[in-house]
Design a protein around this ligand. Structure first.
Ligand code: LCS
Length: 406
């Protein structure tokens, strides 16, 4: 806990997780070591038995990792957190800890492609069945519940459709049926959405994105609400082995200090860019939680502390026009991933969501022409002129011209 429990979120970003260290540094040192010396054989044995507290081996725990974990747990309002090697390591560890053969999972249709593929291929191999539903339609969750449903897994806003699920309602369905609600909070970060306070049992993140914020780390985290769950997840993570390393923990912890500031700028820039795109004649539709045209705008308003930095849209000219746009940007970078300080643009159907397959993409609303923008913290005027110039390179689609002429 921070020295002052009552400080606000932006102050917590700066101060949380920082303890006392030799020589009094204000930043936790990087304990770049795989192992820790014991005072004696008996001391080593007592650490392994759990009779004494202390560090043994970095896969089990490490002070630099712990400092970052404390910070994220505090920002999410959770009991404790477990740093993982990637977002996918966090997600697969959470599923492994919560599921056994013949269990059933309900998962949002619109999730990061490999999350869907993980359930469809690897967990299916172990006889875990998954039903994919549009979790923004709360009745679809309710109707999918079976007697063996153990996990309701929600990504909100979903990647890449940005559909928003009412977490309070999803938590009630989970708890009425003895299941756990697991929420991927990657797209919002705890600065904009705190699922545990809304009833979720477990939060996962790709810290590769907004939490680290600088596109220079691959990392993940799981946040849990109670000691029993923490112990079980720690045991599973230790055995599966997908832990974060001290240097990446240090970088993420450094990134967290500016989380509140960065998210504020992501909100401001994306709000302006979403309006610009929505009013542009070559754009067919725009999806952004801050636009009133978003189908779950009201849920977002209630559930979020800001609309976030992610926008999806489709050009009237479909995929070909989107491709031309992506090849014509200059300041915006054509790359997957998201949540960094730089604006990124990508095409989910041929990139991040390729492995899901066409059918799963179609039912999730991931159209072939959908383009995803992760709005950075550059000057918003510069981002808009880059998009404007790129849109100028896009030809008017022939069909649109005909329609307009009629
Ligand atoms: N959850 C969400 C919502 C994600 O967007 C991603 C990665 C992951 C989990 C997995 O995290 P990782 O293992 O990569 O740290 N999303 C990506 C994307 O949309 N483009 O590239 C990666």
């Amino acid at each position: 806990m921070s020295k002052n429990k009552n400080i606000k979120f932006d102050s917590k970003c700066v101060h949380s997780g920082i303890g006392e260290y030799e020589f009094g540094p204000v930043v936790p040192p990087i304990y770049q070591t795989s192992t820790f010396k014991f005072e004696s054989a008996a001391h080593g044995a007592s650490l392994f038995k759990g009779e004494k507290e202390g560090y043994i081996y970095t896969r089990m725990s490490n002070p630099t990792v712990e400092a970052m974990e404390k910070s994220v747990a505090e920002l999410e309002g959770g009991f404790k957190a477990l740093g993982c090697a990637s977002g996918m390591a966090a997600i697969s560890t959470a599923f492994t800890a919560l599921l056994k053969a013949n269990d059933h999972v309900i998962c949002s249709k619109s999730v990061y492609g490999p999350t869907s593929t993980l359930l469809r291929t690897i967990f299916e191999k172990f006889n875990v069945e998954t039903t994919f539903v549009e979790t923004s339609e709360i009745n679809e969750i309710k109707n999918a519940v079976k007697s063996n449903t153990k996990v309701i897994y929600v990504e909100t806003p979903g990647n890449p459709t940005l559909s928003i699920t009412d977490l309070q309602k999803a938590a009630k369905i989970a708890h009425d049926n003895n299941a756990k609600l697991v929420v991927d909070n990657t797209f919002m970060s705890p600065a904009l959405q705190q699922p545990l306070a809304l009833g979720a049992d477990v939060v996962v993140h790709s810290m590769t994105k907004f939490l680290n914020g600088h596109a220079d780390v691959v990392a993940g985290i799981i946040v849990v609400n109670d000691e029993e769950t923490y112990k079980e997840f720690r045991r599973v993570l230790n055995q599966m082995g997908g832990v974060i390393d001290p240097f990446n923990s240090f970088l993420v912890h450094r990134g967290l200090k500016t989380l509140a500031l960065r998210m504020q700028r992501h909100n401001e820039n994306a709000t302006e860019i979403a309006s610009f795109l929505e009013s542009h004649p070559k754009i067919k539709w725009v999806r952004y939680p801050g636009l009133e045209s978003h189908p779950q705008f009201e849920i977002g308003k209630k559930q979020h502390f800001g609309p976030g930095g992610m926008i999806t849209f489709e050009l009237k000219g479909g995929f070909n026009a989107g491709e031309k746009l992506m090849n014509s940007v200059n300041l915006c970078q054509l790359a997957v991933s998201l949540g960094g300080v730089e604006t990124l643009i990508q095409h989910p159907a041929s990139m991040t969501h390729l492995t899901m397959g066409k059918e799963a993409r179609e039912t999730a609303g991931i159209t072939e022409g959908l383009v995803r923008l992760s709005v950075g913290i550059e000057n918003v005027g510069d981002i808009i002129s880059d998009l404007e110039n790129a849109l100028d390179q896009v030809m008017e689609p022939a069909t649109e011209k005909i329609n307009n002429a009629v």
